[in-house]
Design a binder for this molecule. Structure first.
Ligand SMILES: [Zn+2]
Length: 268
């Protein structure tokens, strides 16, 4: 989608609201309380009302749930993040969106990254597991992800095109689980973002990789490392997987409409 079309379709809050309402109704709005299908839309208050008395707002049940940002800002962020080859740093994004609070933009972009990964997790990627440099640093907060690198790349067999799913090293993922558990006990707010991340299962694994594939994989890993170090200046292990989602998403959909795809990932 180009910028002109985007402004025409999502230029105002009203347009975004109408879009979300129609899309969600097409898909079927389900009550979080009694799991019944809801169709009673209150246009003034802007929510669906279930017969059980529950109110379902436009954002409820989507990735945007419990966010105070307007829908227009969400759509703008989605547009920006899907129309860049590499990635946006938080500061860059906050300047373009005109939001001064770093943390707000951080949450926004992280949730979108989680959204990008939803589709990847559902697919069966298996063919290759490619092991790169093992962890050198044992510190909990990594300055540069180079030390960890990405331990697995799996190639899809379903499509003839190259498709990847970069996965953070398994030991990193295990650490994340422990860390998330500790944070949850402390009642850390950040978990609203983590909670959406589902587990990644490695099914069939082949360690041996053909030389030509190995070359291709090294290029991919080098490029993704460059993104992490060059744009984000290092990423903590807690969030490494979300950046991996973004890279894989951008790579797999390089010739398609990424905005269209991300919109669906965020809404459903
Ligand atoms: Zn209900």
């Amino acid at each position: 989608m180009d910028l002109t079309t985007f402004i025409q379709q999502f230029g105002t809050e009203r347009k975004c609201e109408k879009f979300v309402q129609s899309q969600r109704e097409k898909h079927g709005v389900i009550c979080t309380c009694c799991s019944k299908k809801v169709s009673n839309w209150r246009s003034v208050q802007k929510y669906w009302r279930c017969s059980c008395g529950n109110k379902i707002s436009l954002k409820a049940g989507t990735l945007m749930e419990s966010s105070k940002l307007s829908l227009a800002v969400w759509f703008k962020a989605m547009f920006l993040m899907t129309h860049v080859k590499k990635s946006y740093s938080i500061l860059e994004l906050s300047r373009i969106l005109g939001i001064n609070r770093y943390r707000t933009v951080w949450y926004l972009s992280m949730k979108l990254r989680v959204g990008m990964g939803q589709d990847l997790l559902g697919k069966e990627y298996f063919q290759f597991l490619y092991l790169i440099s093992k962890a050198k640093a044992q510190t909990s907060q990594l300055k540069a992800i180079q030390n960890y690198s990405i331990s697995a790349i799996l190639k899809s067999k379903i499509y003839k095109r190259d498709e990847i799913n970069l996965i953070a090293p398994v030991d990193v993922l295990k650490k994340v689980e422990v860390e998330e558990f500790n944070l949850k006990r402390k009642g850390y707010r950040c978990l609203k973002v983590f909670g959406v991340q589902r587990k990644i299962e490695l099914k069939e694994v082949h360690y041996a990789v053909k030389p030509d594939v190995q070359l291709w994989l090294s290029t991919l890993v080098a490029n993704s490392n460059r993104m992490l170090n060059g744009i984000h200046h290092g990423v903590s292990f807690l969030h490494l997987q979300k950046y991996m989602f973004e890279y894989s998403f951008n790579y797999n959909l390089r010739s398609q409409d990424k905005f269209e795809k991300l919109k669906n990932c965020v809404l459903f």
